[in-house]
Structure formats: structure tokens, C-alpha cells
Ligand binder design. Structure first.
Ligand code: ZN
Ligand code: ZN
Length: 362
């Protein structure tokens, strides 16, 4: 990854954002900018310098991983160390307008920073500069995401071998997660969702000790983290023969997913992509059962910008990676969701998830 280039781009955004320095404490942003993958670190970016701060547990890892930034290992927290560094270097910081990541800094930490820095510093919530950079992936990131998606998709084969009436949902999730680790995953992108029978009507039904009933849908939503990058996909299968009405229900969601995928191209707004999925479900009389947004960006985090939802005006650009995951959920009956990851390219999009979407009955 070209960390130096990312740092320079960010440095070029400071003055236009009316900032003399930016303190990054959100770890995925820190990782994106300098490569550090540990759990305690902060990065200070000024127009001329990048300083990475961590504690003694990460001495070796920081020296290994951090690129383009000066590494400081402290005997105090990275945040307290950042405040000290800024206070010591106050003379070189112009008007001392310090951008902070307001959505990731708790009130206690904010108060601590203010106390150490004193009245000459102006703490300002910074715009989402790094999040915006991260929306458009470079070729190395795309390569990582492709590998994560391929490994993630293999877990569905394991799910298909395990899903049977009477098997606990956690057993299905367990087999999938074991396969992920065997395949080299750093971990799961999120708690694996295996929601069977009436539980499939819960969009976020984490695998429970419930046994899969002899009839009904099973929603499986899962992803791996591989080399730092997340995958995310959902497939819904049916246990027992599916009645005509269940097939229609499934096909409505499949049609909505297809319509949204077909809408994805540079220049279209995320709200329009969301609308494309919603229109299909509305026509099938299922509009009110589609209770979440159509998708989200994926990368170092499982949910990152942009949100693919109504009311969002972000416009798609080549290099973005988003999910397309409409669903419909009817309490007492069950639910269906189908989710792929797609990569926005010049002429439209490439569906990264290789798994077929026709209804599978078990
Ligand atoms: Zn998902
Ligand atoms: Zn998702």
C-alpha cells in the first residue's frame, strides 16, 4: 500500500479544511494512513509531519508496520501522548487549529485533550477526510477485497453442508467460522448471522441455539476479514420444499437485488440505487417489509462510506466497493435477503461475489 501517497494527499487537504493539524484516533483511519494494525495507536498529521504514537505493547509491531510516519512509543496512552506532542510542538503549528474525529472521540478524552493543550489550541470536529479517501479503493485494496470475497463465499459451501432441520444455528455458524480461520482469515467481519424459520424475519438474527425448523427460510449473512479487508454476503436458502408463495417472495427480493445491481454505475447517486431495489419490492406489494437500507461501503471496516440509502446524495465513482442487499421480512412468516459486494467500474459495476442467487432448497 502506498501510505506515503495517502499521507501527502491528506496533508494537502488540511489547509482547505482550515486545519493546522489533524489527530486521528479511529484505528481503521490510522491503519489506512500508516499501516498500523494494532489496537492502540494515534496519528498526528500536520502539513509537514506525520507522527504515530503507540504504547509499549506495540514497539516491535509499530516498527514493522508503520510507514511514512515517525514512531513514538510511550508509557502512556496514545491519546495522552498525542496531547503532549502537540503541546510541545505548539510553536510550529500556526494558528493551532486541531481537527479531531468527533464521531470517534469520547467526551472524557476530549476533556483530557483540552486540559493538556490549553486555551491556545482550537479543537474542531474535522470533516470526514480519511473516510472520503477510503471510499475509493486503489488497485492493491481491490486485490485484497477480491481475496476476502472469495474466501467469504467459500463459507457458504460449508453452510450448505451443515444446514439441516434440527441442527442448531450456532453449529452452522461454527462450521463456517472454522473454515474461515482455516482459510487464513484474521477473523469474522461481524457475528455470523444464521436466522432460520420465523427468526429469518429478524434482519440481524445472529446465530442462536435455536434448531433449524423442518420448513422455512434460513438467512445466512457472513463475512471474513482477510489481510485487514472485510467481505460481506448474504444468501437465503429454504429448508423443505418451498411453496409457490415462498418462491414468489424470494424472487421478488432477487428481482430487487438484480435491479439495484443493474443501476450501479459511476454518476448515479446512492439514493437512486436504493430506489431501484425499493421500486421492485413495492410493485410486488412488499415495499413495507423492506425495513433497512440497500447497502453500504466495505473495506477496512464492514460498514463504511457511502451508505446506500434513501436521502443520501453521495454519487458513485469508479473504485468504490459497496454491498447491494435488499430484503423483505414478515413477522411470523420469515424473511429473505440477498447480498453481493459490487465494485464500481467505468462502465457500470462488477459483481465480486461469485455465488449463484437462485433459490436453493435443502
Ligand atoms: Zn451482510
Ligand atoms: Zn452488508
Amino acid at each position: 500500500m502506498d501510505y506515503k501517497q495517502r499521507q501527502s494527499r491528506l496533508q494537502g487537504l488540511l489547509a482547505p479544511s482550515h486545519l493546522d493539524a489533524l489527530l486521528l484516533t479511529h484505528l481503521p483511519n490510522v491503519r489506512y494512513l500508516c499501516g498500523f494494525s494494532g489496537s492502540a495507536g494515534a496519528l498526528i498529521v500536520t502539513e509537514e509531519r506525520c507522527v504515530f504514537l503507540t504504547d509499549g505493547r506495540y514497539t516491535e509491531q509499530a516498527r514493522d508496520e508503520v510507514k511514512g510516519a515517525k514512531v513514538k512509543v510511550l508509557s502512556k496512552s496514545p491519546l495522552a501522548g498525542s496531547a503532549d506532542w502537540l503541546a510541545e510542538n505548539r510553536k510550529v503549528l500556526g494558528r493551532k487549529r486541531l481537527g479531531i474525529e468527533a464521531t470517534h472521540l469520547c467526551m472524557a478524552d476530549h476533556a483530557g485533550l483540552k486540559k493538556t493543550l490549553g486555551p491556545s489550541f482550537h479543537l474542531r470536529p474535522a470533516p470526514a477526510l480519511v473516510e472520503r479517501m477510503r471510499m475509493v479503493k486503489d488497485s492493491e485494496e481491490i486485490a485484497c477485497i477480491r481475496e476476502a470475497v472469495i474466501l467469504g463465499a467459500r463459507l457458504f459451501e460449508s453452510a450448505l453442508q451443515t444446514i439441516r432441520a434440527g441442527v442448531p444455528e450456532t453449529e452452522v455458524a461454527g462450521e463456517m467460522e472454522y473454515m474461515a480461520r482455516q482459510g487464513g482469515a484474521d477473523g469474522m467481519s461481524f457475528d455470523t448471522i444464521v436466522a432460520s424459520g420465523p427468526r429469518s424475519a429478524r434482519p440481524h438474527g445472529r446465530a442462536s441455539s435455536n434448531r433449524i425448523p423442518s420448513k422455512g427460510f434460513v438467512v445466512c449473512d457472513f463475512g471474513v476479514i482477510l489481510a485487514g479487508y472485510c467481505s460481506d454476503m448474504t444468501r437465503t436458502v429454504h429448508v423443505g420444499a418451498a411453496a409457490r408463495a415462498d418462491r414468489d417472495f424470494y424472487e421478488a427480493v432477487q428481482g430487487a437485488q438484480q435491479a439495484a445491481v443493474q443501476a450501479v454505475r459511476p454518476g448515479i447517486s446512492v439514493a437512486e440505487v436504493d430506489q431501484a431495489a425499493r421500486n421492485v419490492l413495492k410493485k410486488r406489494g412488499l415495499g413495507r417489509y423492506f425495513t433497512h437500507s440497500t447497502g453500504h461501503g466495505v473495506g477496512l471496516e464492514i460498514h463504511e462510506a457511502p451508505r446506500v440509502a434513501a436521502g443520501q446524495n453521495e454519487v458513485l465513482q469508479p473504485g468504490m466497493v459497496i454491498t447491494i442487499e435488499p430484503g423483505a421480512y414478515v413477522a411470523g412468516r420469515g424473511g429473505v435477503r440477498i447480498e453481493d459486494m459490487v465494485f464500481v467500474v467505468e462502465r457500470g459495476c462488477e459483481v465480486l461475489t461469485p455465488t449463484p442467487k437462485e433459490l436453493i432448497t435443502i
